[in-house]
Design a protein around this ligand. Structure first.
Ligand SMILES: [Cu+2]
Length: 572
């Protein structure tokens, strides 16, 4: 049955079942002390919010220094950083550009700044511990080489050759201690216009752990319009007035280590979703940011393992100008930003009229049709608005932007991909795509083809589906009778791929939401509907088919066990 786990979580059908489900969700303590109802690390410690400034590029986040033009060498290392004044120093895994990371203030501390049209070469060398330390609970049923730490960097949103993608279809075992992964990111136009991407670990069966430990960095692409400086041709804030906000939730142990709960099911370590009880922004717990009463640009990334957020900026008006696939054709006024893991929002916020006020960026439980078992974690960070302006900057929200709304021609091919959850709360608990283990149900699109991919959700949760290689346009969502579809077509491991759910539709297609105006690389696949996305399958210049990639749920616990499949791009 696909639905039983969420029934337990939502309704708490029996006391014992609820407590088991809660333990799996990472709610380890019942205490509600501390800010925003968040329990501290253990019952004894309460962390006070808003004590430390938000790390920003150049001040707490290292902007990577190339060793030669367009060449970066990273060593993956374990470092220690104080993520909050009341916490001991926390071991974190980091990408060291050779600087020694003296400029990294928190657990998120590295950014690559790249230019559209200029390729970069990057190497990643494994200098991490050879085996997982005790604070990282590996589930050896899921990893290729037991407790040995394997790493593999993936440029999320990158338009790259399969061998440079850092994906487990090409490199199932990843890279071990002392080994180096060397890749080229072509940054070619038009597929890689200015946008915020991120690079993070993608090791098979251990992505959730390696990212949790800190292996994530920002990758900011600029082009002739979006220069990042101020003034710029678009008329948007830049320089110190453009700020990334990478939001991640974590739990802590009393010794300062990140805490990752383990399953209470005998023989199982893996948990279904990791939810923290502290919010980190750019690697610091509940930080504050001082702003001037003028326009700002925020590049928001949900870097959580599993938490879906619904954010507001403390009542400040905001306009979204882009998402994963870069800038849009015009700004769209937004009340909230609903972001699943790996989704990004490029927004302009207007602090004029808020002089002298302290605002709190808040996270709410997302409204339906988004569905998540996450316990509430309302407080994100504080914004302190000053009373004077150093550089006045742009005064208006631009009417037009140099980007695009997503508008692809009719698809030539349609693929139907099912999302199944099997045997929840047992030692056989797993999630899958197309009723198959990873790699056993590959798609074979042809280069140059526009395709519709229809994600058929047979679970009770929202799953953020991420496509490597190509961005996609959200076409819409069709309500359907999932139970009847499942009953008719269910096999041993769920409903296999390739079966059109349209005969089970219960209403007309719902259009994309306003934040789905442009191209995306990660899209909400909500329960109760099937979600249609459209993409053009292309390869970078000079890259010859066949090339293999993956697509998966970006709740990284799901991806690891094992809601991921592959696709191989064939010649035209
Ligand atoms: Cu999922």
């Amino acid at each position: 049955m696909n639905t039983s786990r969420r029934d337990f979580l939502r309704y708490g059908l029996a006391g014992t079942t609820l407590s088991v489900a809660a333990a799996h969700s990472g709610i380890a303590r019942a205490s509600t002390s501390g800010p925003a109802g968040a329990p501290g690390p253990g019952r004894a410690v309460r962390l006070r919010p808003f004590l430390e400034p938000l790390p920003v590029p150049g001040d707490g986040i290292v902007v990577a220094t190339p060793t030669a033009p367009g060449t970066y060498h990273f060593a993956l290392r374990q470092i220690r950083r104080r993520l909050h004044p009341q916490l001991p120093r926390t071991p974190v895994w980091a990408y060291d550009d050779g600087s020694g990371l003296g400029g990294q203030a928190g657990s998120f501390g590295m950014a690559i700044a790249a230019q559209t049209g200029t390729p970069v070469q990057v190497s990643y060398t494994h200098r991490l511990p050879a085996r997982y330390p005790s604070w990282i609970p590996v589930d050896t049923r899921l990893t290729p080489l037991g407790r040995q730490v394997r790493m593999m960097a993936h440029l999320h949103g990158g338009f790259v050759a399969a061998a440079d993608d850092g994906n487990p279809m090409v490199t199932p075992d990843g890279f071990g201690p002392g080994e180096t992964q060397s890749v080229t990111y072509p940054n070619e136009a038009p597929q890689q216009s200015a946008r915020l991407m991120w690079f993070h670990d993608h090791a098979m069966g251990a992505t959730r752990l390696n990212v949790f430990a800190g292996l994530a960095g920002a990758y900011i692409l600029r082009d002739q319009h979006d220069t990042g400086t101020e003034p710029n041709p678009i008329g948007i804030p830049g320089g110190a007035y453009e700020i990334p906000l990478v939001i991640q939730d974590r739990q802590f142990n009393l010794d300062g280590t990140f805490r990752y709960p383990v399953s209470s099911i005998p023989g199982v370590t893996w948990i279904g979703e990791y939810f923290g009880d502290h919010m980190l922004v750019n690697g610091k717990v509940w930080p504050y940011l001082e702003v001037e009463p003028r326009l700002y640009r925020f590049r928001v990334l949900n870097g959580c393992n599993a938490r879906i957020m619904s954010l507001d900026l403390g009542g400040v008006p905001m306009w979204q100008i882009g998402a994963e696939g870069g800038m849009w054709d015009r700004p769209v006024r937004m009340e909230r930003l609903v972001l699943t893991p790996a989704e990004r929002a490029d927004v302009i916020a207007d602090f004029r009229g808020f002089e002298g006020r302290s605002l709190v960026v808040r996270n709410a439980t997302p409204a339906p049709p988004v569905s998540t078992p996450a316990p509430p974690l309302p407080t994100v960070m504080q914004i302190r608005v000053g009373t004077s302006v150093t550089h006045r900057g742009p005064r208006h929200i631009p009417h037009d932007l140099p980007g695009q709304a997503a508008r692809l021609p009719r698809a030539a091919v349609t693929r139907f991909i099912t999302l199944n959850e099997l045997e929840p709360e047992t030692d056989g608990w797993w999630l899958n795509l197309n009723a198959a283990h990873f790699g056993k149900a590959s798609e074979h699109p042809r280069a140059g083809t526009v395709e519709d991919w229809v994600f058929v959700n047979l679970t009770m949760d929202t799953h953020p589906m991420h496509t490597h290689l190509f961005t996609h346009q959200v076409i819409g969502r069709v309500p359907f009778d999932a139970e009847a579809y499942e009953k008719k077509h269910e096999g041993r491991f769920g409903v296999p791929g390739g079966i059109d759910p349209h005969p089970f539709a219960t209403g007309p297609m719902l259009p994309p939401t306003p934040d789905e105006r442009g191209f995306k690389d990660t899209t909400k696949v909500n329960p109760g509907t099937f979600t249609i996305v459209r993409g053009r399958i292309e390869l970078p210049a000079g890259v010859r088919a066949p090339q293999s990639y993956v697509y998966h749920c970006h709740i990284v616990e799901h991806e690891d066990n094992d809601m991921m499949q592959s696709f191989t791009v064939l010649p035209h």
